[in-house]
Ligand binder design. Structure first.
Ligand SMILES: Nc1ncnc2c1ncn2[C@@H]1O[C@H](COP(=O)(O)OP(=O)(O)OP(=O)(O)O)[C@@H](O)[C@H]1O
Ligand SMILES: [Mg+2]
Length: 366
């Protein structure tokens, strides 16, 4: 079991930052996902935690012990890579046993631990096989078994499912989550797939351009993104973001639409929106309610069927398309005029200059 703490940890390669000064505490037993686009510094962060990469400055501690300069083998952390490097000439059993043999464990202990972990991952029937004869999913199970068999204090996983096809990914996702629930080992899991992050993380660390943008539960980053990057990056499609001008309780939106701000936002908007009144209204596709008396007029631009629901693309004006999730039964012809409202509990506002989310001031009732 382990608590991992990063204190002002940064990594520079030459003059360029792979990770800008970062603070992060991962609590014992937590499943934390590092999420962000390619090149944002996820792998570098993980490698610094494991000790495979040195930090440029800052401190890393494990269970309160400073391990900043400790060798990887002194950290009691297991690393699972995307490209599982199994030894092709060894049986599955020997592959899994390898880390224990390297530690000098006795034959009895090795035998018992290998059979335990093989049972847990349901690969007992494969123990005599060679890795080359296994499917990708089974190979990844073996790689996981090899990491688990050591019973490390923490797991670091760098896109471990990246090489698998969609069906296996989903099965393995459930498996890793299940393992975590059973074992409760602190896990740091890297992915650039926000759906995977939402499905697996207790908390998500959203990164972009070497900087943490937000740390929160899946619900927090989805419903209350801290800035425009997170709003766009989380969700598919991302949050609808529409520029407008705020004045006296209402936002003028494109297409001549006047949107009354939800009452609990008025105070915040009065206090924080600058003199020009520029603000960005954000709402998730499921916050849009299509109905005849809706406050916002638009035109149906496209309609994607998604099986259980349909995703309407609505043109508020020629430059502003928003997405609205609608029931499967709602069929609107392309080009048809329609109206929608926004669920007032799901409206969000952003500052177009800083790109930060406005924080709603809670009015305390006496
Ligand atoms: N050994 C290195 N030498 C120089 N630059 C590096 C090195 N390793 C990483 N970088 C740079 O640091 C930045 C962060 O890389 P990193 O691999 O951590 O990103 P990532 O978020 O894991 O991306 P991906 O999703 O593509 O795996 C990138 O700009 C990368 O080019
Ligand atoms: Mg990477």
């Amino acid at each position: 079991m382990a608590t991992i703490e990063l204190e002002r940890v940064e990594k520079k390669f030459g003059e360029s930052y792979a990770v800008k000064p970062m603070n992060l505490t991962i609590t014992d037993g937590e499943f934390v996902v590092l999420l962000g686009p390619s090149g944002c510094g996820k792998t570098t962060t993980l490698r610094m935690i494991s000790g495979l990469e040195t930090v440029t400055t800052g401190n890393i501690s494990l269970n309160g012990r400073d391990v900043t300069w400790a060798h990887p083998s002194e950290r009691d952390i297991a690393f699972v890579f995307q490209f599982f490097a199994l030894y092709p000439h060894m049986s599955v059993r020997d592959n899994i046993a390898f880390p224990l043999q390297a530690q000098g464990e006795s034959g009895d202990v090795i035998k018992q631990r290998v059979s335990e972990v093989a049972k847990m991952l349901r690969i007992e029937h494969l123990l005599r096989s060679r890795p080359g004869s296994l499917s990708g999913g089974d190979q990844q199970r073996v790689a996981l078994a090899r990491a688990l068999v050591r019973r490390p204090a923490a797991f670091l996983m760098d896109e471990p499912l990246g090489a698998l096809d969609a069906e296996f990914r989903e099965a393995m996702r459930a498996e890793i989550k299940r393992l975590h629930i059973d074992q409760h080992a602190t896990t740091v899991y890297v992915t650039h797939d926000q759906i995977e992050a939402m499905a697996m993380g207790d908390r998500i660390v959203v990164m972009s351009a070497a900087v943490i943008q937000q740390v929160g539960t899946p619900a927090e980053v989805y419903h209350n993104p801290s800035n425009l990057f997170v709003a766009r990056f989380i969700g598919s499609p991302g949050m609808n973001l529409v520029g407008g001008v705020y004045n006296d309780g209402a936002v003028m939106l494109p297409g001549g639409n006047r949107y009354l701000a939800p009452p609990d936002w008025v105070r915040t908007l009065n206090n924080t929106v600058g003199r020009e009144g520029k603000v960005i209204l954000g709402f998730r596709p499921e916050a849009a309610r299509v109905h005849e008396q809706g406050a916002i007029a638009a035109e149906v631009y496209a309609d994607d069927m998604h099986g259980g629901y349909s995703m309407l693309h609505l043109a508020v004006d020629k430059d502003t398309i928003v997405h609205a999730r609608a029931s499967r039964e709602l069929h609107l012809p392309i080009g048809a005029p329609m109206r929608f409202d926004i669920d007032p509990t799901m409206a969000r506002f952003f500052d177009p200059n800083t790109e930060a989310a406005l924080k709603r001031e809670v009015v305390r009732r006496e």
